[in-house]
Ligand binder design. Structure first.
Ligand code: MLT
Length: 407
């Protein structure tokens, strides 16, 4: 008899964004005349930068010719992209990361979801609340939690991110082994200072823990004092894995390209307490289960580091940050308290009511889709997340509709 992985039965009914999409589709079916404005899922709306498009075209032309056609590429990514990443994303900022420490992949969602395979079932996991649901759900699937009770899974150490701690969680009181951090944060849009991140790195070093640092939104950082990478912090290479993506900086949500950095000295321990390096383990996993990102996509990603590509990527982020400023302005006008939107495309708003109720009200009365904070964890209840990924015209229209709906 074939039996199932019963840990899946512990999961909440559906993935947050699928749930929202279903509610929006039902609303749209009943109200086909209403033009719904989507400020929910963080999906980009602008086309790829021109530099990426021309590199993409050129690479496709290469694939059409015997002499330049390419079959399977290296699982870890082509050297041209890995070298560009190491030079521009790390070494240029004083972070000593080499090309051979980078694994190119098809998404930070997949990588942040898959990385937990490297760790034992007994791993004690610390996860911020609110949080990007992938970190939590993939550990539930793997059987590292108990059941879901009162909005939380047993066995997880939740790190509350609240108004009181400026949405930067404090170090855990109990012992943990694996810590998920994401800055600029999804969903709150909050940021972490170098000093705060240094505390986490020191904690991981002192307690033999490991940090999984999701930096998918670093392109939105405008405060130059903030760290863009955890490897800007001394001592981080031994205790941190970092995830990056081309989705939000260069509009690759549908094109798919990302990377994970596993430094050569990054370590965990076996059951005897002997140090084991994570780089060869992730390399083994990557080569076994992944066959690389397509050549044209990697060439398009490489183009983000060209002189014109850098300007275009910056302009794209500025475009969405202007929308975030519009959202902040309107929320201030409506007297809501909020964070985010300055170094992040997300604005996190205290709606002063149940967040699904607020979501439904905005959908039904304003035709605007946001993301209910409760979908990101118990501490998210009472909040909604508004994403800046849309056109300025639509964001302005959405803000006017929200103002009318609330008046
Ligand atoms: C979000 O809206 O939180 C993100 O778009 C989800 C993702 O990047 O997978």
């Amino acid at each position: 008899m074939i039996t199932i992985n019963e840990h899946y039965l512990k999961l909440q009914a559906s993935y947050l964004f699928s749930d929202i999409a279903r509610r929006v589709a039902a609303f749209q079916e009943k109200n086909p005349q209403i033009e719904v404005i989507k400020l929910g899922i963080g999906d980009v709306t602008k086309p790829l930068p021109a530099a990426c498009i021309s590199a993409f075209h050129k690479a496709i032309d290469e694939m059409a010719v015997d002499s330049s056609f390419r079959g399977y590429g290296p699982e870890q990514g082509y050297a041209f992209l890995r070298e560009a990443i190491a030079t521009h994303d790390f070494q240029a900022r004083g972070a000593d990361i080499g090309a051979d420490e980078i694994f190119v992949s098809d998404g930070a969602k997949c990588d942040t979801g898959n990385i937990q395979e490297l760790f034992s079932q007994q791993t004690r996991i610390a996860i911020p609340d609110p949080v990007y649901p992938v970190y939590l759900d993939t550990n539930v699937m793997a059987g590292r939690t108990g059941s879901y009770k009162d909005g939380r899974y047993e066995g997880i150490v939740y790190l509350d991110s609240t108004w009181e701690n400026n949405f930067v969680p404090s170090l855990p009181e109990q012992k943990v082994d694996l810590i998920y951090l994401c800055f600029p944060n999804n969903p709150t849009g909050s940021t972490i200072t170098k000093a705060e991140l240094q505390n986490w790195v020191e904690y991981a070093r002192e307690t033999n823990a490991l940090i999984l640092f999701d930096a998918a939104y670093e392109v939105f950082i405008r405060d130059e004092s903030l760290p863009r990478s955890i490897y800007e912090i001394p001592g981080a290479k031994e205790v941190a894995i970092e995830f990056r993506s081309y989705s939000k900086n260069a509009g690759f949500t549908g094109t798919r390209c990302a990377y994970t950095v596993v430094p050569k000295e990054c370590r965990a321990y076996d059951s005897m307490g002997t140090k084991q390096l994570l780089h060869p383990l992730w390399n083994r996993r990557h080569c076994t289960k992944f066959n690389g990102v397509s050549y044209p996509v990697q060439r398009a990603a490489e183009a983000t580091y060209s002189a014109e590509g850098k300007v275009q990527v910056r302009e794209l982020a500025d475009y969405y940050l202007k929308n975030a400023a519009l959202v902040r302005q309107e929320m201030a006008h409506l007297n809501f308290r909020f964070v985010g939107g300055e170094n992040s495309p997300y604005v996190w708003i205290d709606g002063g009511r149940d967040s699904w109720e607020f979501f439904d009200m905005l959908l039904n009365k304003a035709g605007v889709v946001c993301t209910p904070g409760a979908g990101f964890g118990r501490c998210g209840n009472g909040y909604i997340r508004i994403s800046a990924f849309n056109s300025p015209e639509n964001v302005q229209k959405a803000m006017t509709r929200i103002r009318e709906a609330l008046s």
